[in-house]
Design a protein around this ligand. Structure first.
Ligand code: ADP
Ligand code: MG
Ligand code: MG
Length: 204
């Protein structure tokens, strides 16, 4: 299968639904190893992105993702806003001119998103950040050859859970040092919802 512009719009809407439904949980995670605003930040940003997308008729997936990126960058705030913004912007750029979006192009776009997060956050894998989920998903996509909703959702959940045993060395959670162990990284949890939302769209 390939992703249509409607699929991509549905991806953002479904991400928003999952984030709204788990807003309190994301806040609880950020209360443990941060400042407790991650649920509020993400709920605000995705609500605005969904609203923006609903107001317009799009002819390209890249345009949907570009508007998403810009909205997340300006509305999420905190450390995570510019990082999610960068991820969606890199993905948008990689998808330009591909309509509908084929699997390989999407997989390549995720790799670009990962490079963008790394640059922007000066982060690398294993530092207990949202990069850990994006990176594991990009690797999964580039290993496989076609969209599989079930596997994708499993991969996202496992990537998120793996952050639990990591020691945070970036962002606010790094102030907790070893005490960050035993807690799931909030940004990884919200990233997992984003990929679970894509999985839902693919499962149809
Ligand atoms: P803030 O920490 O400013 O309150 P949020 O609570 O919205 O921002 O987001 C925190 C999340 O941002 C963390 O859980 C982590 O996943 C991610 N994060 C923070 N700093 C970095 C970084 N340098 N690189 C990648 N991700 C980061
Ligand atoms: Mg926070
Ligand atoms: Mg904050």
């Amino acid at each position: 299968m390939e992703l249509t512009v409607q699929d991509v719009a549905a991806w953002i809407e479904t991400s928003n639904e999952k984030i709204q439904a788990n807003k309190e949980y994301l806040t609880t995670l950020d209360q443990a190893i941060g400042d407790g605003d991650h649920g509020i930040n993400m709920a605000r940003g995705f609500q605005e992105a969904t609203k923006k997308i609903a107001e317009q008729t799009y002819t390209s997936s890249a345009a949907v993702l570009q508007d998403t990126a810009m909205t997340l960058m300006s509305k999420v705030g905190g450390a995570s806003g510019p990082l999610f913004g960068t991820a969606f912007l890199k993905l948008s750029t990689a998808l330009k001119g591909s309509e509908p979006v084929d699997y390989k192009t999407f997989a390549g776009g995720l790799e670009e998103a990962v490079n963008g997060i790394k640059q922007r956050g000066k982060a690398t894998e294993g530092e207990k950040t949202l990069l850990d989920v994006w990176s594991q998903l990009a690797a999964y996509f580039n290993r496989e050859t076609g969209f599989d909703g079930e596997k994708m959702a499993e991969e996202a959940k496992s990537a998120m859970e793996q952050t639990k045993e990591m020691t945070a060395t970036k962002g606010r959670a790094s102030y907790f040092k070893e005490r960050s162990i035993g807690h799931i990284d909030p940004g990884s949890a919200s990233s997992s919802y984003i990929f679970e939302a894509l999985a839902d769209v693919i499962k149809g």
